[in-house]
Design a protein around this ligand. Structure first.
Ligand code: FES
Length: 217
């Protein structure tokens, strides 16, 4: 995680995992978020808590350009303002009813959410091919140790494998849990992609073993 005191970007998901008109849960250092893409393709990152009774908005649904809560159907726009309260169809929701939002950027094949106020845009990572994301019950130090490499300035841990070069983009979930986005340097076909996925699985297991040994020490 970058140590920029003004803020930093967290890679929360691969673009392919958030199709239009869907919402998924995600996590940054500032807490849980509901990451959603409207029907027209606009991405938003809202706090994962409905201002009404606290239901998780990531359990909700997207209709058109709004995110709706699964509990009583209050819906929110991209800026976090409440658009509609179904139990009071004639009421214009007051401006004070709103959900907190975070700055979000889609760069290449990755969706980034700002924590604080980053001084610059997230890295573009041009030309990399998204493969998959997986969760490791291990911290970044254990993952870097398993990979035998440190993250470069763009936050990528590169691994040369027989199936091509894997680039791991790490997203810290907590001290002992990391979301790993796996990207490939080259498109070498389906067989190489399956092989690269297995390499990533194997690395996850190694990192989790290292993490357990560290805890047991
Ligand atoms: S808790 Fe979300 S609408 Fe009631």
């Amino acid at each position: 995680m970058p140590s920029d005191p003004t803020g930093f970007w967290t890679p929360v998901a691969l673009s392919r995992d958030l199709p239009a008109a869907t919402v998924i849960p995600a996590r940054t250092a500032s807490g849980s978020i509901a990451l959603w893409r409207s029907a027209s393709g606009r991405i938003s990152a809202s706090a994962d808590r409905c201002p009404h009774r606290g239901m998780r908005l990531s359990h909700g649904f997207v209709r058109g350009e709004a995110l709706s809560c699964i509990y009583h159907g209050w819906s929110y726009g991209q800026a976090g303002n409440c658009l509609r309260i179904p139990a009071h169809p004639g009421l214009a929701p007051p401006e004070t009813i709103r959900v907190a939002t975070h700055e979000v950027e889609e760069a290449g094949s990755v969706i980034w959410v700002a924590v604080g106020t980053p001084a610059s845009k997230p890295p573009k990572l041009d030309g990399l091919i998204p493969l998959r994301s997986l969760t490791a019950f291990a911290g970044t130090a254990a993952i870097e140790a398993a990979a035998g490499a440190k993250a470069n300035p763009d936050g990528l841990v590169e691994i040369d494998a027989s199936t091509g070069t894997l680039c791991l983009l790490l997203s810290v979930q907590d001290d002992a849990q990391t979301l790993i986005h796996v990207l490939l340097k080259d498109d070498l076909g389906p067989a190489a992609a399956i092989g690269a996925s297995r390499v990533a699985e194997s690395l996850r297991r190694q990192a989790e073993d290292l993490q357990k040994k560290e805890i047991a020490r």
